[in-house]
Design a protein around this ligand. Structure first.
Ligand code: ATP
Ligand code: MG
Length: 384
């Protein structure tokens, strides 16, 4: 049984349901008083939010439970160390990956009783976070990146991030460039859309060597019928780790002219790294106000030039321009393209065909490419 300590009862309840669905029995404590003094069935404690270090110590020493801190944010190495000093054995991202956290469970079986000290000293127990923070990916040598890296992102699902990534790739591959689309969304569907077998996935970039020849890299990507390369989503439920994304961007960055990162709508580790590593960030939204709430703060996670795309617009040109101007003012980033609701494209996708925009849409996509000034690197393009 796991102890979930969270002062926020709603979140604690949600986490309890999430864990129980995965076969973990849970006891919730929202106050210090609710933490038991002895608890034989206890195997692990998860803390969310701020807790008194004395409480953490109590759980650790009196109850003898391994204590994990569950974070909603990406942590800097100092913060990670700070949490370790407060007594947490490990830090896991929220929602916690059960498989991972289980490795920390106190063994109730006295035969092979695992002591806390042995848990802490076991090297393979370094977390996702600790791993990422202690062995950050370092490119083998400071090689200048060849590719322009574009991160397509947004706070809401279904606004057309993936469509935008595909339309950009189609348009740029037509100019004879080496284009790679990496699907960083663990819920994505690009391989199906392009009817390619997912024989390789983004997960490989967790472990690939830091130096690869072009043919070796190509073996880790799929060529789509459209002519660009696809790195389909992996199987990790929370997407790639910080290192995995960084290595992917590094390796493909040396190979491609343009690397397009199709991200998940939300604060996954892969989204955060993609936004911070990209040369340009494209925030996709629709004219529906609910798709822009929080977009401003979201795009500010990146320090890179960010642009907006107003997609699926049904309004007439004048109204659309007014919405665009308002959006620009509200969010604080330039609207680089207004793309209308494209029935041809929509019906193609509904029929299971690959997204191809109408002429009108493609004009907008070309304007977008110009605004992003990806052409600056055109000189470096392959002769082939
Ligand atoms: N300009 C457009 N005109 C018509 N349909 C569009 C347009 N842009 C996107 N769509 C359709 O909207 C749906 C959602 O698009 P898409 O999958 O690209 O969104 P997304 O932001 O990537 O979603 P998710 O967050 O689920 O990954 C798809 O069916 C797509 O075909
Ligand atoms: Mg998508």
């Amino acid at each position: 049984m796991w102890l979930v300590c969270d002062h926020d009862p709603v979140r604690a309840e949600r986490l309890r349901k999430y864990l129980e669905k995965q076969g973990v029995q849970v006891r919730v404590a929202t106050k210090e008083e609710e933490i038991p003094n002895t608890w034989a069935e206890g195997k692990l404690a998860l803390f969310l939010g701020g807790w008194n270090p004395a409480t953490v110590q109590h759980v650790k020493n009196t109850l003898g439970l391994p204590t994990l801190y569950c974070t909603l944010d990406t942590l800097a190495p100092e913060q990670f160390e700070g949490l370790r000093q407060q007594g947490y054995d490990d830090v896991v991202p929220y929602p916690p990956a059960v498989e991972y956290a289980r490795r920390w469970e106190r063994s109730v079986n006295a035969e092979n009783h695992t002591t806390l000290a042995s848990l802490v000293s076991q090297r393979r127990k370094t977390t996702y976070t600790a791993y990422v923070e202690s062995k950050p990916f370092q490119p083998p040598a400071p090689t200048p990146r060849r590719a322009t890296v574009i991160c397509v992102t947004g706070v809401k699902g279904g606004v057309g991030k993936t469509t935008m990534a595909v339309l950009l790739a189609n348009a740029m591959v037509a100019r004879g460039k080496r284009i790679v689309v990496a699907e960083l969304d663990p819920y994505g569907n690009l391989a199906n859309l392009f009817r390619v077998e997912r024989t390789v996935t983004a997960d490989r970039f967790e472990t690939l060597p830091d130096v690869l020849t072009d043919p070796e890299l190509e073996q880790n990507m799929l060529r789509t019928p459209a002519g660009w390369w696809l790195i389909p989503k992996g199987d990790r439920p929370l997407g790639l780790s910080k290192d995995g994304v960084a290595r992917l961007i590094h390796l493909v960055g040396l190979y491609a002219d343009v690397l397009i990162l199709d991200t998940h709508a939300g604060h996954l580790m892969s989204t955060v790294v993609a936004m911070r590593e990209a040369d340009r960030v494209l925030g996709v939204t629709t004219a529906d106000r609910t798709t822009w709430t929080d977009l401003r703060a979201f795009l500010h996670m990146s320090e890179r030039p960010a642009y907006l795309v107003l997609n699926r617009v049904r309004e007439r040109p004048r109204k659309a321009a007014a919405i665009s101007a308002f959006l620009q003012k509200e969010i604080g980033f330039r609207v680089a393209a207004i793309v209308h609701e494209d029935d041809t494209l929509y019906h193609r996708v509904q029929q299971g065909l690959t997204p191809l925009g109408s002429r009108k849409t493609n004009v907008r996509i070309h304007q977008l490419i110009q605004t992003l000034s990806i052409s600056t690197k055109e000189a470096k393009s392959h002769e082939a």
